[in-house]
Write a protein that binds this ligand. Structure first.
Ligand code: URA
Length: 433
């Protein structure tokens, strides 16, 4: 293979054949194509894109770079959900046990956060003892036993993505639709699922800042997933404001427990119902979305979802006593209040500034090997639509030793007064199938 001529080919806007794409991904994984050559090709794709056929071939080649789980010992329909990432987005954590409690099988492979806040794995690892590094057979056994497990990508699963994602991160080629689509879907196809619900976030706290680019990405994800043999649909949901009240790793586990106990914030529970009911329809456990919502409500009320979460924590080596006693989770050394400088109507919280505040306290990482502080974060006290007086507590920062003043300033700046109250109850902007 003449790598240089393939790069030039794409740079000049031509299409790559399936055989060329297979050679490229194969050569990149085995090291015969250098990082600098893949950087150039990724930048060519950034500008020239991949057409539908190329994207399908690129995704398949990524899947075939590693093992593809069969989940043969897991009976029934396997369904997963993937979010493109938002501030305070802890939805996967209550969703997996909740949907499993309604009869579906949920093998979830999640990621770590790069950027402002932690990812699902970081949040789960704040549970003392919880293991997210399961090998393929332990992962399958966990799903077969309890209907759900949430783990990290193993070394053998889509190695092409691990290498390419790290490269894209340092070469300005992350924000590229076809590379995002193939990266997300290759991992989902390899985990052995039958169907997938996507949550494409849209707004100031997300990758996709406007509805048109969110719709474009969602449509491409859905089309490519279907071409890979998955049943797939995408919700586009509002990400201008943080999800729920807690932002920070252990704090988000506290909120996940509250949600499973029926005590969580309404916006988050509504989003769980929207995502979970569609997962149940796809897994053929619900006749329609309304039926799915009823099943989820009932699993929560009867304690079946919380019991699944308890079992999931036990199977993955964590301490289930956190469910009764969340103070066993990492706790910050002090709490600092942010109070209102004025009287007025709190219209919205800026997701971006809340995420930045969490990051300066230490809740996120900039580089893959940065340490995160599981205990720190932000608890939003005042809700959009609420009238506040001067001196009322707007938010509480859970802090250790880092970034306190800067986080206070960012949270104060995140509170917007007197505009229109924008948050929709269910956050849903569109559904693409
Ligand atoms: N998440 C992924 O897994 N890959 C991307 O490219 C972007 C977000």
């Amino acid at each position: 293979m003449d790598v240089r001529s393939l790069i030039q080919h794409k740079r000049d806007g031509a299409s790559l054949s399936e055989a060329q794409i297979n050679s490229i991904i194969g050569a990149y994984v085995d090291g015969t194509m250098a990082d600098y050559q893949m950087s150039a090709l990724a930048m060519a794709i950034f500008y020239q894109g991949l057409d539908d056929e190329e994207l399908q071939a690129w995704t398949t080649a990524m899947v075939n770079s590693g093992v593809r789980l069969k989940m043969a010992s897991v009976p029934g329909s396997k369904v997963d959900k993937h979010s493109t990432g938002g501030v305070g987005d802890k939805m996967s954590i209550p969703l997996a046990p909740l949907v499993a409690a309604c009869g579906a099988q949920v093998p979830m492979i999640s990621g770590r956060g790069l950027g402002l806040t932690g990812g699902t794995l970081d949040k789960l690892e704040s549970i003392p003892g919880f293991q997210t590094r399961l090998n393929e057979s332990d992962f399958e056994r966990a799903v077969a036993e309890n209907g759900c497990a949430i783990v990290g990508q193993t070394d053998d699963l889509v190695p092409a993505d691990r290498k390419l994602y790290a490269l894209r991160d340092v070469t300005g080629t992350v924000a590229c639709d076809p590379l995002i689509v193939s990266s997300i879907l290759s991992k989902k196809v390899a985990e052995g699922i039958d169907s997938l619900i996507l949550d494409v976030k849209c707004g100031s706290g997300a990758f996709m800042q406007d509805i048109n680019s969110a719709r474009r990405l969602a449509a491409r994800l859905v089309k490519t997933a279907k071409g890979q043999g998955l049943r797939c649909g995408a919700l586009i949901t509002d990400m201008n404001q943080p999800i729920g009240r807690m932002v920070g790793n252990a704090l988000e586990i506290r909120e996940s427990i509250a949600l499973l106990k029926g005590e969580g914030p309404r916006d988050s529970w509504n989003l769980i119902l929207e995502l979970g009911s569609r997962m149940l329809v796809y897994a053929k456990e619900a006749r329609n979305i309304d039926d799915g919502k009823e099943l989820l409500e009932s699993a929560q009320r009867r304690g079946r979802a919380l019991a699944r979460f308890e079992e999931m924590i036990e199977i993955q080596g964590g301490n289930p006593a956190i469910l009764e006693n969340p103070d066993l989770l990492p706790t910050a050394s002090s709490q600092v209040e942010v109070t209102s400088p004025r009287e007025g109507l709190l219209a919205s919280w800026s997701a971006t500034n809340i995420a930045r505040a969490a990051a300066v306290l230490g809740a996120g990482r900039q580089k893959v090997d940065d340490q995160i502080d599981p205990a720190v974060g932000i608890e939003l006290i005042a809700e959009p639509g609420q009238r506040v007086s001067t001196g009322d507590v707007l938010a509480i920062l859970h802090v250790n030793d880092k970034g306190i003043q800067e986080a206070q300033d960012l949270v104060a700046k995140a509170a917007h007064f007197d505009g229109s109250v924008q948050l929709r109850k269910d956050r849903v902007l569109d559904w693409i199938e």
